[in-house]
Design a protein around this ligand. Sequence first.
Ligand SMILES: *Cc1c(COP(=O)(O)O)cnc(C)c1O
Length: 458
Amino acid sequence: MTATAHEITYRLDQKRNIKGAFPGPKSQALNERRSAVVAAGVSSGVPVYVEDADGGIIRDVDGNSFIDLGSGIAVTSVGASDPAVVAAVQDAAAHFTHTCFMVTPYEGYVAVAEQLNRLTPGDHEKRTVLFNSGAEAVENAVKVARLATGRDAVVAFDHAYHGRTNLTMALTAKAMPYKSGPAGGFGPFAPEVYRMPMSYPFREENPEITGAEAAKRAITMIEKQIGSEQVAAIIIEPIQGEGGFIVPAVGFLPALSAWAKEKGIVFIADEVQSGFCRTGEWFAVNHEGVVPDIITMAKGIAGGLPLSAITGRAELLDAVHPGGLGGTYGGNPVACAAALAAIGTMEQHDLNARARHIEEIALGRLRELAADPSAGAVIGDVRGRGAMLAIELVQAGSKEPNAELTKSVAAACLQEGVIILTCGTYGNVIRLLPPLVISDELLLDGLDVLAAAIKANS
Ligand SMILES: *Cc1c(COP(=O)(O)O)cnc(C)c1O
């Protein structure tokens, strides 16, 4: 075994503990208050209200302790109350909470840019801009690519998720719930967005298709339907997140990025979910040595504080005129302090090694489960990298997506005190995104609960 969590100290007891039926009385009362004031469009997957969280544990207001296998959607990789992040936030906030970097700048913003330029792939000259959310980072990556190339078209992929703002809804593939619902649609959407076929090994018609061939399929469509000289940018998640933790076939990303380079197209890697040690590397593109022109980051970047970033080639980012990029809160000083501390924790505890260790433990368990006659028939695929792992559930013995089973498995896990997220275009993927600081014991306990839930419900 490589790294273990022994050097990580916890504030809360790292044990699952469900005291009885939940949501308990305090969560129920909060839920009633909520329903009267919070819009119905914002929904929560887990009906309990949080009081405390640390390491791999989330404790609710009624005293139940849950194992966290979701990290608030890949955000709290260093834990939800990493002591280094907490101290940095307290110290920064005690000095100043905001000045606006566009009015009176401060060192934290510059220091985060230095770190991102150092950690992102490639040894070319880089520049960084900070924002607040993943969607805002994606919007700005596209802004920069369009201005720098003088072109309009943007290519995204099947199963893509890039956010909920107008442009990022257009880039996102899935209609319900992100772009439309029973009450209507959120459009009209931003123009000049084109969608191409992804490499999705489990669902390819021809299971033999290589990554390079899948890239060729997309490239031919781009050339025939748009014209490469019209394309400003290709944006892709190196491992797709909401779309189903889809890992493209080896060779797909390198072939796309090489073609983009040849055609003067900006290759944007959306690493909002896959970045910052999540896959056992600083960024998921590192697994295949791909160097994006621009990389978008958020989620895991700042230990839970809202911060996002784009880092890219200096000649692209510096093509934009002064004043062309920014925002009131972008690179907030407290969020910058949190990011510097979170990156420090990732390096100090070698969370890339922890993510690979989690992969070793969890992928092994999931593959055993897929081979187990009492569960295997409904497990279509087991995939992922590092601590970004998934199982795709199907109707027994087929490839038909099984969204119902996926829902009941997640609900059964929750009943036992394990928070598990689902995803996928077809709603049939169980995804594991544990905090990277979770203990082996807690992770194994959570995986046992998941295995039992699949066996009991299939
Ligand atoms: C979550 C996510 C986004 C959007 O981030 P927000 O902070 O929710 O706006 C964009 N891209 C990917 C790949 C994501 O996973």
